[in-house]
Design a protein around this ligand. Structure first.
Ligand code: NAD
Length: 356
């Protein structure tokens, strides 16, 4: 098969890590008989420098005409003094909106070899960790009505949390479909004891659950979920939640793994279209120094193969190659603890490609 991919290397370490991820992707193509046709486009600081805007129309057009998008990261100190609306990071909100990316999937997985990097005690993590946070990405308080007004207490500001049933239904379906491919357990996180929008959320999720009799559904208040994630994270399989709660909980879940350079993510639209990127930023402090860990971006390619292209065996091959290279003791500087072999960005990418 031939697949087309819009590639946005972005800023900082973005180009370094994307180069390695493409190396691995083309190796998968050679091995399994697929062609991946890539078109590189600009977003973020690189786009500001070249065109004056962080998200050129050409980038949107190329992304829309492709089967999937692979993104490195955007942003950096060079553009930090621009006003909010003109900053590189603005490109991310624009892309999500233009491409209708309503579901954000963030796995938090602990590789056995890296368990020591977790801030949690080993006994809490015995047996490993494998959670996916499914976050609603285009609704809720981040996109609701906002403003300022005068009140009895003086000037005030407000942001409105609102969810339509259909927005909840489609994100719940993504979560239940995911659970069916995993351990068949969904935890829906809300604040239904206080928020009326959460009560609607809870009701709609329960309705969707009826179509998935094999999946166990639990409801949990967000304050308890934040606590349970550090107390007993192994109780979770798939967590589904709103935009703002997901923003916070997915960061917490990834911190538990202790390895920011290892975690991929996917943002999905209707159908199989998706944008794939590491969870970390552009790490300007190590850009261009062959120090960045490319694994999160490589695993993002694995997610692209699995979720947009439906290539399960090929995705498994990427995951297995990463495990093999870790088990052989190779470590980029962010993972290196004095044991094993220290390697740079390019070497890590090559080792993983060779292990496919
Ligand atoms: P960051 O994730 O870029 O870096 C945090 C720390 O982690 C740094 O010490 C960095 O060196 C390290 N790190 C990150 N990724 C790494 C990797 N792959 N390998 C090794 N070490 C890695 O977060 P930040 O410093 O807060 O932000 C830097 C810039 O990135 C900012 O401009 C920010 O706005 C932007 N940002 C972009 C995205 C995105 O494009 N999706 C996300 C977050 C931050």
């Amino acid at each position: 098969m031939n697949y087309t991919i819009a590639v946005i290397p972005g800023d900082g370490i973005g180009p370094d890590i994307v180069e390695q991820a493409l190396k691995v992707m083309h190796k998968v193509g050679d091995k399994f008989g697929h062609t991946f046709t890539c078109q590189t486009v600009l977003a973020g600081g690189a786009a500001i420098d070249a065109t004056g805007g962080c998200l050129p129309q050409e980038t949107i057009d190329v992304c829309k005409a492709s089967d999937a998008v692979l993104l490195g990261a955007v942003g950096g100190p060079k553009w930090d003094n621009l006003p909010g609306g003109e900053r590189p990071e603005r490109a991310l909100l624009g892309i999500r909106k233009e491409l209708g990316l309503f579901a954000n999937l963030r796995p938090a997985v602990i590789f056995e070899e890296l368990a020591a990097a977790s801030p949690l005690k080993p006994e809490i993590l015995a047996g490993g960790l494998d959670i996916v946070v499914v976050r609603e990405l285009t609704g809720g308080i981040y996109f609701g009505e906002r403003g300022t007004k005068e009140t009895d207490l003086g000037p005030a500001a407000y942001d409105v949390e609102m969810y339509a049933e259909e927005e909840v239904r489609r994100i719940a379906k993504v979560a239940f479909d995911m659970a069916m491919k995993r351990n068949k357990h969904v935890t829906s996180v809300d604040k239904a004891n206080v928020l009326v929008s959460s009560r609607l959320w809870r009701r709609v999720v329960a309705e969707v659950a009826k179509d998935y009799p094999e999946v166990t559904l639990d409801n949990m208040y967000v304050d308890n979920a934040a606590m349970q994630l550090v107390r007993n994270p192994r109780q979770f399989d798939v967590i589904v939640t709103s935009n703002i709660f997901g923003d916070i909980l997915s960061d917490e879940a990834s911190q538990i793994t202790g390895s920011i350079g290892m975690l991929p993510s996917a943002s999905l639209a209707k159908g199989n279209f998706g944008m794939y990127e590491p969870i970390h930023g552009s790490a300007p402090d190590i850009a261009g120094q062959n120090k960045a860990n490319p694994t999160a971006t490589i695993l993002s390619v694995g997610m692209m193969l699995r979720y947009t292209f439906g290539l399960g065996a090929e995705a498994d091959a990427v995951d297995a190659a990463v495990k093999t290279v870790l088990a052989q003791g190779y470590r980029t500087p962010d993972l290196y603890t004095g044991e094993g072999t220290l390697v740079g960005t390019a070497e890590m990418g090559q080792l993983i490609a060779d292990a496919i």
